[in-house]
Design a protein around this ligand. Structure first.
Ligand SMILES: [Zn+2]
Length: 358
């Protein structure tokens, strides 16, 4: 695996390197030569390798062509993140781009982490970055904390639940925290979109869904996961499903409705509109606005505690949301959920000092 291109999964053509955490972001959040401490890793590897890596050393192979294709996304997102850090107006198109980038970072961290720790459980990745960008319903909850030191933190990626299901993670950039998740049909039923009545996930990661037409009304909240409501909640339906062998074609008819079209940025590409959920109401996020800015400012240490906890809770919730038909899988995932619960307890009690990653 380590020699495969992180974007396309093939043997890299004109091999070069991709920074999983982009250099611009490392520089924006502190000294580019600082260390990233990953204490959990060495104990899992069971060896004496250093727990500290230079942030900059998190690089993975990529094709030159793939890498330059995605560098465009990095350029666009850098501008958006800079605006966000200044709490400026951002439009719906930018949020769509930002969510694409969170998909990229999440999958990149997954492949990168497996590579770094030597893939202890022998996971064979069925997809790489290119396949998972803008592929599935997605969400981000944004929290804000008081001014303080700058820094960068990743939540929920250094654990087995994430290695087996890289669908949810947290990212803190200076004074903003982002909790991101993306899975098939995350919000479809409650958003009034076509939804699965039955889903079968095979042990090899492939799956099939039996679908029915949407109810064309909202059931709020869009997901019932327990999370701190003081953040800005953003959702986006995506409906070019990879879950069914025939993709959207096999149940495309169900999507041919005015309701779905009204909720789409690009109906032909299966890209839904950006939706803002606020106090049990939903609105389209269109045009430039500061509606994305969280209203509540938390204490620094508070955010560093509750965002990781909520990320782990959301991971557990999402593990339940996708039904495992195989009882061996169910047992396995309940084991992973228990590990998450232990880590939640540990985080609740832990002493939090700002920016442990320094
Ligand atoms: Zn490639």
């Amino acid at each position: 695996m380590p020699s495969d291109c992180i974007f396309c999964g093939q043997r890299p053509i004109d091999r070069n390197k991709e920074h999983v955490i982009p250099l611009w972001l490392i520089e924006l959040t502190g000294d580019p030569n600082r260390q990233l401490n990953l204490p959990y890793f060495a104990s899992i590897r069971g060896d004496s390798l250093s727990d500290s890596f230079a942030f900059k050393s998190l690089v993975f192979p990529a094709c030159k062509k793939c890498n330059s294709g995605f560098s465009h996304l990095e350029d666009e997102v850098k501008v958006i993140v800079l605006k966000m850090l200044r709490f400026e107006e951002v439009d719906g198109v930018s949020i769509n781009t930002f969510l694409d980038w969170l998909d990229k970072v999440r999958v990149g961290l997954w492949l990168g982490t497996l590579n770094l720790i030597g893939n202890p459980t022998g996971i064979v990745p069925k997809f790489h970055i290119a396949k998972r960008i803008a592929a599935k319903d997605r969400m981000v909850v944004i929290h804000r904390c008081e001014e303080g030191p700058t820094g960068l933190q990743v939540f929920g990626a250094a654990l087995p639940m994430f290695w087996h299901r890289p669908v949810c993670f947290g990212l803190m950039i200076n004074h903003l925290a982002f909790m991101n998740a993306s899975i098939d049909f995350l919000i479809s039923r409650r958003l009034g979109f076509p939804f699965p009545t039955k889903m079968i996930l095979n042990p090899d990661g492939s799956g099939e869904a039996q679908m029915r037409g949407g109810m064309e009304r909202y059931i709020l909240p869009l997901i019932r996961a327990p999370y701190e409501p003081s953040g800005t909640e953003i959702f986006q339906p995506m409906f070019n499903h990879s879950l069914s062998p025939g993709g959207r074609d096999s149940f495309g008819r169900l999507y041919e409705t005015e309701y779905v079209k009204r909720h789409s940025i690009s109906y032909s590409d299966g890209i839904g509109k950006i939706m803002l959920q606020k106090e049990r109401s939903i609105s389209f996020y269109e045009g430039g606005s500061i509606k994305w800015v969280p209203q509540k400012k938390h204490k620094f240490e508070e955010v560093l505690r509750f965002v990781p906890i909520q990320t782990l809770l959301l991971q557990n919730y999402l593990a339940d949301a996708e039904c495992m038909t195989n009882s061996k899988d169910r047992r396995f995932f309940s084991c992973l959920k228990n590990q998450n619960r232990k880590l939640i307890e540990y985080t609740r009690r832990a002493e939090i000092s700002p920016w442990q990653s320094h």
